[in-house]
Design a protein around this ligand. Structure first.
Ligand code: TMP
Ligand code: ZN
Length: 395
């Protein structure tokens, strides 16, 4: 199901240092019904490259196992719509006008392309998940069902004015081929926009729960500049966004004479090692809190948001349905399934939520929106427990 990966994906260095080790863990999005087989576990270990400061997983799980049928659907939340509006504004500014012909790599259910459609000459998606391509096509978004690679780019036989890849670059094993494929479908004025979580935010805000098998790399600018050094692209601009706890949009352009890349940052290995210790403390704190609450007959605790991040918490804390009665989630693809590695069911109905006194907010990246939305339930007494960046009960 997985293979070992011991050379740096960005600069090719061979001597990588182990900085985080969470042992064997289930796949974070392996939501299955109780009667169905699960994919199993794989090592979750982070290696650090002293040469370019990239952090990456020690293994690569077979993408066919991870992505053929993918339960993560781009959230239809207001937070995401606001983000799409920011992206559109920033991309138009980069282009100096309309978006032209748009290609999105990892286009999920077509939500972003649908949003951009009226501002573009054409929109085309590429995504490997059959279930998501079906949803995109139902919205009228033309989508090629495949992983992104140079062989696919060759077949497209077309160039695009704007190329977007949101939260897919960190999922990609072969960055050289990814960049080669971008070159095949771009022209001298193409704006390539790659959105990735920023490793600095992960470290600063204790987001260790975003470390899971799909996220092969934890990206910073020095690593990106190292990677691009031998390619036709350079890092022309970086735009920061608050989405998903802190992301950056890497604007890549064809290198021209005199092009100056965005200056590199650098992340030292000690910061990663510190996070390893902090993750254990944070899991112990949540575990103690939930056990104390569960020990009292007056309280009933559930989870809120069956995010991939929730899998890391639930398995790290060793929670069962005795600890958390269920995890509430609005995603139809997840409802009726179990949280990976556990016996905790995912339930979408409001009545169950109303029976709880406390909900651990595993979708903490949507905290402001969810806490505001659930104001009526909070007035009835529901308290949110927010685990990141620090364990906190919202009274
Ligand atoms: P994500 O953090 O990986 O985007 O996952 C968030 C999960 O939370 C996703 O499964 C959808 C769910 N969710 C809700 O159940 N209710 C909500 O209001 C929001 C914003 C998300
Ligand atoms: Zn490196």
């Amino acid at each position: 199901m997985y293979k070992l990966h011991s050379t740096c994906r960005a600069c090719g260095a061979k001597s990588l240092l182990p900085v985080i080790d969470f042992g064997f863990q289930p796949l974070a999005n392996d939501f299955q019904a109780a009667a169905d087989a699960r994919a199993g576990a794989a090592p979750l270990k982070v290696l650090y490259c002293p040469a370019c400061t990239l952090a990456q997983l020690s293994v690569v799980v077979d993408p066919a196992v991870l992505y053929s049928n993918y339960p993560y659907v781009t959230s239809p939340s207001q937070t995401m719509l606001d983000h799409f509006a920011s992206l559109l504004r920033d991309l138009e500014e980069e282009r100096g006008g309309t978006l032209g012909k748009v290609l999105e790599i990892g286009s999920n259910d077509g939500a972003l392309l649908k949003f951009l459609e009226s501002n573009a000459e054409s929109v085309t998606g590429v995504d490997p998940a059959a279930n998501l391509v079906e949803l995109a096509e139902a919205k009228g978004i033309q989508t090629h069902r495949t992983n992104w690679c140079s062989a696919v780019a060759d077949l497209l036989d077309c160039t695009y004015d704007t190329i977007i890849a949101r939260h897919v670059f960190a999922h990609c094993d072969d960055w050289w081929d990814f960049i080669k494929a971008l070159h095949l479908v771009s022209h001298a004025n193409t704006v390539v926009a790659i959105e990735v979580p920023y490793a600095g935010d992960l470290l600063d805000k204790n987001q260790f729960d975003t470390i899971y098998h799909e996220h092969l790399s934890y990206v910073n600018l020095r690593a990106v500049n190292s990677l691009l050094l031998e390619t036709p692209f350079y890092l022309a601009k970086v735009i920061r966004y608050p989405i998903h706890g802190g992301a950056m949009l890497l604007i890549l352009r064809w290198r021209t004479a005199g092009a100056v890349p965005v200056p590199s940052d650098s992340i030292d290995s000690e910061r990663w090692r510190n996070l390893n210790g902090r993750a254990r403390e944070m899991m112990q704190s949540l575990r103690s809190m939930v056990k104390v609450l569960g020990g009292s007959k007056s309280y009933r605790v559930c989870g809120y948001g069956a995010s991939a991040k929730s899998t890391i918490w639930l398995n790290g804390c060793g929670f069962t349905h005795q600890d958390l009665a269920f995890v509430h989630d609005v995603t139809p693809q997840k409802q009726g399934k179990l949280c990976p590695g556990t016996d905790i069911p995912i339930i979408g109905d409001r009545a169950s939520l109303e029976t709880c006194t406390h909900a651990v907010l595993f979708a903490w990246n949507f905290a402001a929106e969810i806490i505001a939305k659930e104001e009526p339930l909070r007035r009835q007494g529901l308290k949110f427990i927010v685990p990141v960046p620090e364990l906190k009960i919202i009274e």
